[in-house]
Design a protein around this ligand. Structure first.
Ligand SMILES: Nc1ncnc2c1ncn2[C@@H]1O[C@H](COP(=O)(O)OP(=O)(O)OP(=O)(O)O)[C@@H](O)[C@H]1O
Ligand SMILES: [Mg+2]
Length: 363
């Protein structure tokens, strides 16, 4: 069978879901495929004879375009991330590459290709986010570790001193106050150490997450009160996971405590478990494999849009002074990381929030 390569090439580009356009050597568009039409909102008719400056967003300076032209005019390929503008004014970011096309050794045309990198950029920002959290954890861990040592010495010594002091003496009262305050600070430091994964008492063993959660339900119900209904929706088949049961229970309690605060009056909390097979990198960079998921959903106020990227940072709270320390979710973060998993927050429609804890399944 003889293959008509010219026709195949033409159809391949026409049918591709990647945007392609071809210009003459002056940059006037002579062809755009349907993906280009779809992505820019311009029809072939509207584009033909125009230059790609039609989709300029105004987000790059003139040097950028100068450099583009200088590169392709000399016969080299230009490749860069670029922000363009659709017909309806919407901006979009793509990876643009423009390749000169030589005919008889001379640059006669240019072929442009615009690849959608929306997913890649989301992944990238997740990666930056997780790097930020990791450096925060390293710094917090160092500080918390040193403070913990210091507080251990202070509390130990003060307890000895306090025993020597006469009851009802002003110094005894002072020592009691000092001890109280030091012990309170020690609690905060312990939470920070959980975030930074500096706590060294981890009891990891293989467990059935459904059973772990079932054990916890009465405690959750008493924590959230009778106005909030708690539903447990376990998956029938769930992977065993290697977990520290107490830590995972603590993490779920921190989530349900937040749900309680987000629900004003009556409401519902759903606790679901399920499995995710062959999770790809779509949601989180470098996370692949099988996961057991614990999801806590509520129909409360939802997470404020401006808060969502900060909620796992230590001391981040939107609650009034005295109502929240902002350490609940950072502990959840530390616990989940300690299990090699990850935690993911989103808002629900019509209202409420969802937190998903992904735990790698036991091999
Ligand atoms: N289920 C939820 N619904 C709405 N917002 C939430 C929810 N969970 C967390 N948040 C938001 O995330 C912030 C941080 O939560 P986090 O548990 O870390 O701290 P906190 O609850 O404010 O204080 P703490 O847990 O130390 O008492 C909250 O202040 C709130 O704005
Ligand atoms: Mg909290």
């Amino acid at each position: 069978m003889v293959h008509d390569i010219t026709r195949i090439l033409c159809q391949a580009i026409t049918q591709s879901d990647i945007s392609y356009f071809i210009t003459d050597k002056d940059g006037k568009i002579i062809f755009a495929n349907s993906a280009f039409e779809k992505n820019t909102g311009y029809s072939s008719k509207e584009i033909e004879g125009k230059t790609p400056s039609l989709i300029k967003s105004g987000k790059h300076n003139s040097e950028f375009y100068q450099n583009l032209w200088n590169t392709i005019k000399t016969g080299s390929k230009f490749k860069s991330r670029i922000i363009n503008k659709k017909k309806n004014g919407q901006l979009y970011t793509v990876m643009l590459s423009i390749q000169p096309v030589r005919i008889d050794g001379e640059v006669r045309y240019y072929i442009g290709r615009e690849e959608d990198i929306e997913g890649l950029m989301q992944l990238e920002s997740k990666l930056i986010e997780s790097q930020k959290m990791e450096s925060l954890a390293t710094m917090t861990g160092e500080l918390a570790h040193n403070f913990n040592n210091l507080l251990t010495v202070i509390i130990g010594s003060m307890e000895l001193i306090s025993e020597e002091l006469k009851e009802d003496s002003p110094t005894k009262k002072l020592s009691v106050e000092l001890l109280k305050s030091a012990k309170e600070q020690a609690k905060t430091i312990k939470q920070l150490m959980i975030f930074a994964r500096k706590q060294n008492s981890s009891e990891i063993k293989e467990a059935d997450i459904n059973e772990t959660l079932r054990d916890l339900l009465p405690l959750i119900q008493s924590q959230v009160g009778s106005k909030i209904r708690v539903f447990f929706i376990p998956s029938g088949t769930i992977y065993k996971a290697r977990i520290d049961e107490n830590q995972i229970k603590q993490a779920v309690l921190n989530l349900t405590s937040n749900s309680k605060d987000a629900i004003d009056g009556t409401g519902e909390i759903n606790i679901l478990t399920y499995t995710i097979n062959n999770q790809t990198e779509e949601k989180e960079p470098y996370h692949t494999g099988n996961f057991s998921v614990i999801e806590v959903q509520d129909n409360g106020s939802g997470i404020p849009e401006s808060a969502i990227e900060h909620i796992f940072e230590p001391f981040y709270t939107t609650k009034q002074k005295g109502k929240g320390t902002g350490l609940g979710l950072s502990s959840v973060y530390g616990i989940v990381k300690n299990h090699g998993g990850y935690v993911y927050a989103s808002n629900l429609k019509p209202k409420g929030a969802s937190f998903k804890i992904y735990l790698p399944s036991a091999k």
